[in-house]
Design a protein around this ligand. Structure first.
Ligand code: FAD
Ligand code: SF4
Length: 550
């Protein structure tokens, strides 16, 4: 039975208050002001809504983060006066790790040169950007998940926000509040990596690009270390140990102000061993002498994990449908070679805003009218930057050493390399079967330098309403207890960085137990499950981690 919902109508609805969504909102307000100066604007700021599932702005933002200021300088030309930039980058070495040693590259490869960029907390940056948006009169609704798209004709016409106050059996409780039907002339999907509405839309309208999207997972900790241990602005990247040459990924150490250090490891979700555990790999990476000597005597402040889209230009979905646009990470606007997406997310939001203004002025928000977004992207520096690395991530498909040769060649051929376009399969197809290999013992950590997953989750400040339907929807749990156990040894127990999935024995039966309230919203399970039977849907608005300062 259809539920009665309050209906609200907007001109523009933006799903996701990350750099992409907020840049779109702020640029819309700038364009409205320009229009107002020269005549009647096509929209007003009050008719623009931004939805964010986190309990407050920035709470779901996790990034390295070194920000290339190019995008922000176009959006807020005087950003250096008020933005919470942590510190400018002062040095940027790259190391190759072996089990006990480190080899420093004599020269930093051009993509990893970071002078002129800033180390930032993306969570703080987003809070600041959101403040500018709110000041312009645009409404940002935090604690509101967009749960479903409203499909209309060949496109979309808004979203239904998540219901609140439903118990775990699906029954309304005393505090039940049905979600809103939010309709808009243009709906902008700025959900970030593996957006749940974007995934649904892409499947329904066959929007996928030439390659399927491929992803990495980034595991991060923020530490406070003894004074003098690391200079603010010192940024280092590492390759090699503990990852083997067939696993794409690497680590980072970014010195911040007030003796804080951002450390992390990113790993492509295309590894072959289903028992590989990205969280454990990160913990082991911290025991390398080069990292250990920075952290020892310090304390863990925050923990988090998030996936990121690596596929680049050739994995870009069609970004436009009737009444809708896709921007930022949701649209694959990330440069995997530089591990940077913030500046491109911002620029994509700005180009979307310009497209929307033109469409609303003309009174036509069809896909044909919004198609000028793609043209704008192609004429902007986004295309120039992403086109030059269009085959970069794919070139590591056969391991680190061949990847270095191929990507080196691409530097001299404008991104072409030996194969163009380089086609790759989705990452979950890479697993080898376990063939009876027993599961390795679980990593425990020493409680000072290294931690188990539950200790880390505690430091993510994750909180969900416990009595709600499970937001990790497994289409067939029999597969978990039978085929997956035999064929792949239940990789969900290993890839989830928050110990959400557990196979338990009860009355002689093996079954999947889901500790949904630990979920840090990284989306890895939706991406990396070998049978593609896990669907991550937004939980009740306000739930999830709190990445304050991350
Ligand atoms: C580990 C890691 C390290 C990185 N390091 C760097 C770096 O050093 N430099 C750099 O430039 N980039 C880096 N990136 C990439 C960068 O963080 C992203 O490219 C950028 O944040 C993308 O912005 P976005 O607005 O598209 O998405 P996000 O920043 O992911 O924002 C999306 C927002 O939408 C919200 N949302 C999602 N779905 C819904 C829904 N259904 N309803 C309501 N709200 C929703 C989310 O809660 C989130 O707040 C890194 C990424 C990771 C994961
Ligand atoms: S349940 Fe899925 S989305 Fe949540 S933390 Fe685990 S892998 Fe990430």
């Amino acid at each position: 039975m259809a539920m009665e919902r309050e209906r609200l109508d907007a001109d523009v609805l933006i799903v996701g208050a990350g750099p992409a969504g907020l840049a779109c909102a702020l640029h819309l307000s700038n364009l409205i002001q320009k229009d107002a100066a020269s005549g009647a604007p096509a929209i007003s700021a009050e008719n623009i809504y931004v939805l964010e599932k986190a309990r407050e702005l920035g709470a779901h933002q996790l990034s390295g983060a070194i920000m290339d200021p190019r995008g922000l300088a176009e959006l807020v030309p005087e950003f250096e006066k008020t933005a919470p930039l942590d510190t400018p980058v002062t040095s940027d070495p790259v190391y190759f790790f072996t089990a006990g040693g480190a080899w420093k590259f004599p020269l930093t490869p051009p993509p990893l040169r970071n002078r002129g960029n800033y180390v930032v907390s993306l969570s703080k940056m987003v809070k600041w950007l959101g403040g500018l948006v709110e000041k312009s009169g645009i409404n940002i609704f935090t604690e509101f998940s967009a749960a479903q798209l409203i499909y209309e004709g060949q496109g979309i016409a808004g979203v239904i926000t998540g219901d609140k106050g439903i118990d775990k059996h699906g029954k309304p409780q005393d505090n039940f509040a049905p979600g809103y039907e939010l309709r808009a002339k243009v709906t902008v999907l700025a959900e970030g990596t593996r957006g749940s509405l974007t995934k649904d839309l892409a499947a329904k309208h066959k929007l996928d690009g030439l390659n399927p999207q491929v992803y990495g997972i980034g595991i991060k900790e923020l530490w406070e270390v003894p004074a003098g241990r690391i200079e603010a602005g010192f940024v280092a990247h590492t390759m090699g140990w503990p990852l083997d040459a067939s696993t794409y990924g690497g680590g980072w150490i970014y010195g911040m102000r007030d003796n804080r250090v951002s450390i992390g490891l990113v790993v492509a979700l295309e590894y072959t061993d289903p028992h590989f555990d990205p969280h454990e790999a990160f913990q082991r990476w911290k025991t390398h002498p080069t990292v250990r000597c920075v952290l020892e005597g310090g304390k863990l402040v925050r923990y988090g994990a998030k996936s990121l889209p690596y596929g680049g230009w050739y994995s870009m979905p069609r970004t436009v449908v009737d009444g809708g646009l896709i921007i930022g990470d949701s649209a694959s606007f990330l440069n995997a070679q530089r591990l940077k997406g913030i500046h491109i997310a911002i620029k994509s939001g700005m180009l979307a805003a310009e497209t929307i203004c033109e469409a609303l002025r003309a009174g036509d928000t069809s896909a044909a009218a919004l198609a000028s977004f793609q043209k704008k992207v192609e004429e902007s520096w986004i295309k120039k930057e992403l086109w030059a690395v269009r085959n970069f991530h794919q070139s590591f498909h056969h391991g680190l050493y061949l990847g270095m040769v191929h990507s080196g060649l691409q530097l001299f051929t404008g991104g072409r390399g030996l194969i163009d376009p380089w086609r790759v399969p989705a990452g979950h197809e890479a697993y080898h079967k376990i063939d009876g290999t027993p599961a390795p013992p679980r990593f425990k950590g020493d409680g000072a330098l290294t931690f188990d997953r539950l200790t880390d989750v505690f430091h993510s400040a994750t909180r969900h309403e416990e009595d709600q339907p499970c937001h990790l929807v497994v289409a067939d749990t029999n597969i978990c207890a039978t085929r997956c156990t035999q064929e792949y040894g239940n990789p969900c127990e290993y890839f989830c960085p928050a110990a959400v999935y557990e196979m338990v024995e009860e009355k002689g039966q093996r079954r999947l137990k889901i500790n949904a309230s630990n979920c840090v919203h990284c989306k890895t399970c939706d991406i990396a499950d070998p049978y593609q039977i896990i669907t991550w849907v937004p939980p009740e608005g306000g739930g999830g981690p709190n990445y304050e300062g991350m």
